[in-house]
Write a protein that binds this ligand. Structure first.
Ligand SMILES: [Zn+2]
Ligand SMILES: [Zn+2]
Length: 410
C-alpha cells in the first residue's frame, strides 16, 4: 500500500512532518496541529497532492512516531491518481528537519514544500523544502544529488531575496571515490560547502549533520574534507539567519578549513618536491657511482689484457731464448765434436807417427791409447791388435808377428 507523506490542503502542500515537533527537547506529535489536521480530514479538506481530487485521511498512532502518514479514502476522486510515492529516507529526513527548525526557529508559520512562486513572483516549479518567512530562512533538502540541477539551485537562490537558503543533502551523496562530485559541487558553488544529513529513522536526537567541502588534491583526486560533524540539534542560526555550530558560522569554519587544507596541500607539495629533489639527487649519485665503477672495470679489464699480453710476450721470449740457447748449445757441441775429431785425428796421427818409431826401436811392447797391445805383420806390414794375428812375439821380434791373412796365404 502506498503510504502518503504529504497532502494538499487549502491550496498548500502539508507534509506529515507538520505534526512532528520538539518541545523542551522532546520529539512529539503536536497535539493541536494533529487535531487541526484531523478536523480537516473529517471535513474532507485533505486532498491527494497529485490533483486527482481524492480525499485523504491522517493516520497518527500515539505509540510509534513512525506510523504517521496520510491514507487515501476509498471511493472518492474522480480522476486517475498520479501520486508519486516519496522514499522513506526522504520522508524521515523531512520529519527530522522539521523538528530541528521548530526547535531553532520557533516559527508557527514554518511552511513545508513551498513552491517558490509562493515565496517570490516566479512561476517556476521548484520548491523550498521548508521556508520560514519570519526568520528569512529556507531549507532545500535533496535526497539524491542527481536532482541537484544548476538550474534548480540557481532559481532557488535567485528567488530567495532576503532569505538564507540552506542546502542539505542526504549522506548517501557524500562519498565520491576521488571522482569529480558534480552534483555536490553545484551546492558547494552556491553555498561554499555541503551539508550531509545522517538520520536514524525519524529520530531527531540521533540525526547528525556533516559540513564538508570537496577539493582536488595534488594528484588531481577529489577529496571530501570535513568542516564540522555534530548532531543536527547542535546546529543553530545566528541573528543574521546564518548557520552556526559551536558558536561559529559554518561558512567561516569552511573558509578556515579550506585555507588550512590548501596550506597543507602546499606544504605537502613542497615536501614532495623536496623528496623528489632528494630522490633525483640520490639517483644522480648512484648514476655517478655506477659510471665510476664502470670506468674502474674498464681500467681493470685493460690492465688484465695488458697483463695477459705481457705474459704471452714473456712466454714467447722465453721460448725464443730456449731456442737460441739450444742452437748455441748445438753450435758449441758441434765445435766440441769438431775439436774432438781434430784432436782424435791429431792423436791418431801422433800415435801412428810415434808407433812407427816404437816399432823401429822395438825396445818395449807397443800399447794403443785404449790399452790394447799392438803388433805389426812381417809379411804385409799391417798393424793391429793381437787378435788379428796368428803368431807374434819372440826374441828380437817383441812387436812383430804374422797376421791371420798372411798365415792363410802360406
Ligand atoms: Zn492523486
Ligand atoms: Zn801379414
Amino acid at each position: 500500500m502506498v503510504t502518503r507523506s504529504y497532502c494538499l490542503c487549502d491550496g498548500e502542500y502539508i507534509g506529515i512532518e507538520y505534526i512532528y515537533t520538539v518541545i523542551d527537547g522532546m520529539q512529539i506529535n503536536d497535539k493541536e496541529k494533529l487535531a487541526w489536521m484531523r478536523d480537516k480530514a473529517h471535513a474532507h479538506e485533505l486532498f491527494c497532492p497529485c490533483g486527482c481530487g481524492a480525499n485523504l485521511t491522517v493516520v497518527a498512532g500515539d505509540r510509534n512516531l513512525r506510523e504517521q502518514h496520510f491514507r487515501l479514502l476509498q471511493g472518492n476522486g474522480s480522476n486517475e491518481c498520479h501520486y508519486m510515492e516519496e522514499g522513506e529516507t526522504s520522508i524521515d529526513s523531512k520529519v527530522v528537519l522539521k523538528c530541528w527548525l521548530d526547535e531553532k526557529l520557533s516559527d508557527d508559520n514554518l511552511k513545508a514544500r513551498v513552491p517558490i512562486c509562493d515565496a517570490s513572483d516566479s512561476n517556476r516549479k521548484y520548491e523550498f523544502t521548508f521556508l520560514s518567512q519570519k526568520n528569512g530562512i529556507a531549507v532545500n533538502y535533496c535526497r539524491h544529488r542527481y536532482n541537484l540541477s544548476e538550474d534548480k539551485l540557481g532559481i532557488l537562490e535567485q528567488n530567495s531575496a532576503g532569505i538564507n537558503v540552506i542546502h542539505i543533502v542526504d549522506q548517501d551523496n557524500e562519498a565520491i571515490n576521488w571522482q569529480y562530485p558534480e552534483g555536490m559541487m553545484k551546492v558547494q558553488d552556491w553555498q561554499g560547502y555541503c551539508l550531509a544529513l545522517q538520520i536514524e529513522g525519524r529520530d531527531y536526537e540521533k540525526a547528525k549533520l556533516r559540513a564538508l567541502f570537496y577539493a582536488k588534491d595534488l594528484d588531481g583526486r577529489w577529496n571530501s574534507i570535513l568542516v564540522a560533524n555534530s548532531k543536527l540539534k547542535d546546529y543553530e542560526f545566528d541573528e543574521d539567519g546564518k548557520l552556526i555550530v559551536d558558536g561559529k558560522r559554518v561558512a567561516d569554519l569552511a573558509k578556515t578549513t579550506k585555507e588550512q587544507y590548501e596550506k597543507e596541500q602546499e606544504e605537502y607539495r613542497e615536501r614532495r618536491e623536496e623528496h623528489r629533489r632528494l630522490v633525483e639527487k640520490q639517483r644522480e649519485q648512484k648514476r655517478q657511482e655506477w659510471l665510476r665503477r664502470q670506468k674502474e672495470q674498464e681500467a681493470e679489464e685493460e690492465r688484465r689484457k695488458a697483463e695477459k699480453a705481457r705474459r704471452r710476450e714473456e712466454i714467447k721470449q722465453a721460448r725464443e731464448q730456449r731456442k737460441k740457447e739450444k742452437e748455441a748449445e748445438e753450435a758449441r757441441k758441434k765445435v766440441r765434436e769438431e775439436e774432438q775429431a781434430a784432436n782424435l785425428k791429431k792423436s791418431e796421427e801422433e800415435f801412428w807417427k810415434s808407433i812407427n818409431d816404437e816399432f823401429a826401436r822395438n825396445d818395449k811392447q807397443v800399447i794403443s791409447p785404449e790399452g790394447a797391445r799392438i803388433v805389426k805383420c812381417r809379411k804385409c806390414g799391417m798393424i793391429g791388435e793381437t787378435s788379428m794375428f796368428s803368431t807374434y812375439g819372440g826374441p828380437q821380434s817383441m812387436n812383430y808377428g804374422i797376421c791371420t791373412k798372411c798365415m792363410r796365404k802360406r
